[in-house]
Design a protein around this ligand. Structure first.
Ligand SMILES: NC(=O)c1ccc[n+]([C@@H]2O[C@H](COP(=O)([O-])OP(=O)(O)OC[C@H]3O[C@@H](n4cnc5c(N)ncnc54)[C@H](OP(=O)(O)O)[C@@H]3O)[C@@H](O)[C@H]2O)c1
Length: 308
């Protein structure tokens, strides 16, 4: 991004070579993926934390090969195949580039047999789904509604809830109904046809991957001790989450990704157990086009940028 704005501020060009500082690794990026936070950063919605240093690459998720280590880094060597995240949402240069500097503690060796596309697609979306669902306790036999069930976070949440023994109701547009079924949904609802927050049917867990329902509305369709989990902390959800222990009853959990080894280990076990990442790829130089797909609401799973 060369300035704050729409897709037109994205330019494919050259920047100076990055160098790793203390505790950091320099990675030859093979693939990176797009998350909604990227266009929120680009649009300037997060200027207060990203700062104004421009131009810089966008992108939080990466996979690639370690090129060099900064001072004090142990546990990695040049040539290692790795994946992980960079703090682009805090203003660091992002991973939609040929090289990226990442904190060693946010970098992980990729399991045998994974493709670079897979590794780049997973961290932010899958770790958010894992953190959100873990906060709901035992899911075996529960009915979990996943709102936005075929997007980046949602298609992970759908499959992980199934893997944990839940009955999953997927909410998406009609064009993605078949995809949701193929990922294991027991029932699929079209958000253009059904208001899943209307009183009537109830859900033990309302996993709001889309993030726009809000606790006040979702609570109308929650079981008495149900949980509303959201990827977007709106004021009513944050307040209820803070007061939950005092008020009892229906609860709110905020699904925030964590970059902890135990979360990555759980992610790798889930993939080993059959959870799949759905993705579409674009070469890095067509990043603006790839963003347009995501921002136009036409995403199925993840959009991944590849570096030749
Ligand atoms: N807190 C965190 O750590 C964290 C991490 C990751 C993401 N997030 C946030 O979570 C949100 C989702 O992220 P994402 O990567 O999953 O986005 P995404 O890949 O763009 O997916 C969004 C999904 O929302 C669905 N959708 C659109 N309109 C809807 C409606 N009216 N009702 C229900 N679903 C609807 C879309 O389905 P159709 O294509 O079928 O229309 C799509 O599958 C974003 O706001 C993101 O910033 C937060």
């Amino acid at each position: 991004m060369t300035r704050f704005g729409g897709p037109e501020v994205m330019v494919y060009g050259d920047l100076p070579e990055p160098t790793p500082g203390k505790g950091e690794v320099l990675v030859d990026v093979k693939a990176s993926s797009i998350n909604p936070v990227d266009w929120k950063v680009r649009g300037g919605m997060m200027k207060f934390i990203t700062g104004r240093g421009l131009p810089k690459p966008l992108g939080s998720d990466f996979s690639g090969v370690v090129r060099a280590l900064g001072p004090g880094v142990t546990g990695f060597a040049p040539g290692d195949r790795v994946y992980g995240t960079v703090l682009a949402m805090l203003g660091k240069p992002g991973a939609h580039a040929e090289r990226v500097v990442a904190r060693a503690k946010d970098t992980r060796r990729m399991p045998e047999g994974w493709t670079f596309e897979q590794g780049a697609a997973l961290p932010v979306a899958a770790l958010t789904a894992i953190a959100g669902l873990r906060s709901c306790g035992d899911l075996a036999g529960k009915t979990v509604l996943v709102n936005g069930a075929t997007g980046g976070v949602g298609h992970m949440a759908l499959q992980i809830a199934k893997a944990k023994g839940a009955r999953v109701v997927a909410v998406c547009s009609a064009r993605n109904a078949e995809l949701a079924r193929s990922l294991g949904a027991d029932e699929v609802l079209d958000y253009n046809e059904v208001d899943v927050t209307a009183p009537g049917r109830t859900w033990d867990v309302f996993f709001d991957a889309f993030g726009q329902a809000g606790f006040s509305r979702a609570a109308r369709a929650l079981a008495a001790s149900g949980v509303y989990v959201t990827t977007l902390p709106r004021p009513d959800s944050v307040l209820r989450s803070a007061l939950g222990g005092v008020l009892g009853g229906k609860r709110v959990r905020l699904a925030n990704m964590r970059s902890k080894p135990e979360d990555y280990a759980e992610l790798e076990r889930l993939i080993q157990g059959g959870v799949k990442v759905v993705l579409e790829t674009f070469p890095l130089e067509r990043a603006a086009e790839a963003f347009a797909v995501c921002e136009g609401g036409k995403v199925r799973g993840k959009v991944v940028l590849t570096v030749p």
